[in-house]
Design a protein around this ligand. Structure first.
Ligand code: SF4
Ligand code: SF4
Length: 390
């Protein structure tokens, strides 16, 4: 028996949705959406489920994760129902519902929680440095660089990184498991053959590495229709930079935080430069887009969109400054900036990866993977039934 939540519109508004109750089911959004087909009335089905407040159906759906917010449906909707923004809000809502700790919901719907969590995590780093930092030596390396590893020994930082990596992985993976329960296990009409979990893995890897679903949409820029590929390339550049940075600080810190900073051609430096350029270009591009509201998807910015960009920007800029202060032999500037860098980096990773904006990079490919499992299971069951009917 389907459960209806009559207050669903009120709840979803906290995640950013507009007045979707104005929808009169005309189907224009489905006609223009490149993701809709004969089997899926995309995004109209999600609008109808939201209007009716059918939360279980919404939570077991992958549709919000397939949408890349090109905005075509919003610009053509005769009722200004803004289905594109509804899909965006549903992604935030689903992120909150997958999260068993309840933190994602609090961070998305309360500015006090969002800013309080950032300040608290930054304060943890500050306190740890006040009590446990190494000597603030002004002695420089033979090449004239700052001895950062004396002030912040990489072994201690690495232990902190591993603890953080363990927590991030635990929260993110357990939330993904919750997503799996809602999308696959809740489907009582299918049973997924075990081997499909392996044969469909390629889709997960490909979609995570390329985020290629982006290339299916067109978008509007200053009223002019353009291919989504520009957005896709910049998003991919930003995403790969972010992932490289994450891997470098969590897995290869001794290699990354070396005092040997003058060999710019060394792979750790080149990867660091790639990540720095990618983060800078991506952050500036998305800042400009959100400030100028140049595309449909940047017209409505949730507070968490801004905090993610600001944290990413501060992480990048402080990382660049640490690098230059080290090279130019400025010990105190290096030490203070390094502490500030970690005070921004730590909340950025702890909040964004498992509970907020970044998690969509993991949820999207997993949604496609789970969707493929369901479809393949339906297909194989249909094949088994067909001969018995013949
Ligand atoms: S175009 Fe607007 S009014 Fe028509 S079905 Fe889509 S959301 Fe509803
Ligand atoms: S924003 Fe684009 S991809 Fe998403 S539902 Fe609307 S038309 Fe489809």
């Amino acid at each position: 028996m389907a459960q209806i939540n009559p207050d669903f519109a009120k709840e979803l508004k906290k995640y950013g949705a507009f007045d979707f109750n104005a929808c009169y089911n005309c189907g224009t959004c489905t006609a223009v959406c490149s993701l809709s087909d004969e089997n899926n009335s995309f995004p109209r089905k999600m609008v109808r489920l939201s209007v009716l407040g059918l939360e279980d159906e919404l939570q077991s759906s992958v549709d919000p994760w397939l949408c890349y917010y090109c905005g075509e449906c919003s610009t053509t909707c005769p009722q200004q129902t803004d289905p594109g923004e509804l899909m965006m809000s549903l992604r935030r809502y689903l992120t909150a519902k997958y999260d068993w700790t309840g933190l994602a919901g609090k961070l998305y719907t309360s500015k006090i929680w969002e800013f309080g969590a950032i300040i608290f995590l930054a304060a943890v780093i500050l306190v740890l440095f006040i009590f446990f930092h190494g000597p603030m030596t002004t002695e420089l390396t033979s090449e004239g660089g700052v001895k950062l590893n004396t002030f912040a020994p990489w072994k201690q930082i690495e232990i902190g990184d591993w603890i953080m990596a363990g927590l991030l992985s635990f929260f993110l993976l357990s939330n993904i498991f919750n997503m799996y329960l809602k999308i696959v296990v809740s489907r009582k009409d299918i049973s997924v053959p075990f081997k499909l979990y392996f044969t469909e893995l390629w889709a997960l890897a490909v979609h995570f590495a390329t985020q290629k679903q982006f290339s299916k949409c067109d978008t509007q820029l200053s009223g002019k229709k353009i291919e989504f590929s520009t957005y896709w390339i910049i998003h991919l550049f930003l995403m790969t930079s972010y992932v490289i940075m994450l891997i470098m600080i969590m897995v290869f810190l001794p290699w990354f935080q070396t005092d040997n900073i003058y060999e710019w051609w060394h792979p750790q430096r080149l990867l660091g430069y790639y990540a720095t350029i990618g983060l800078t270009v991506g952050v500036v591009y998305f800042f400009i887009e959100r400030i100028n509201k140049t595309s449909e998807k940047s017209k409505h910015s949730h507070v968490t969109d801004w905090t993610f960009l600001v944290l990413l920007f501060l992480t990048t800029i402080t990382g660049i400054l640490v690098h230059f202060f080290r090279i130019y032999g400025l010990p105190y500037a290096t030490y203070y900036m390094y502490v500030f860098h970690l005070m921004v980096l730590f909340p950025m990773l702890m909040i964004e990866v498992p509970f907020s904006k970044w998690s969509h990079l993991a949820y999207r490919p997993f949604a496609i993977y789970f969707n493929n499992l369901v479809k393949a299971a339906q297909h194989s069951e249909a094949k088994n039934i067909a001969p018995s009917l013949a």
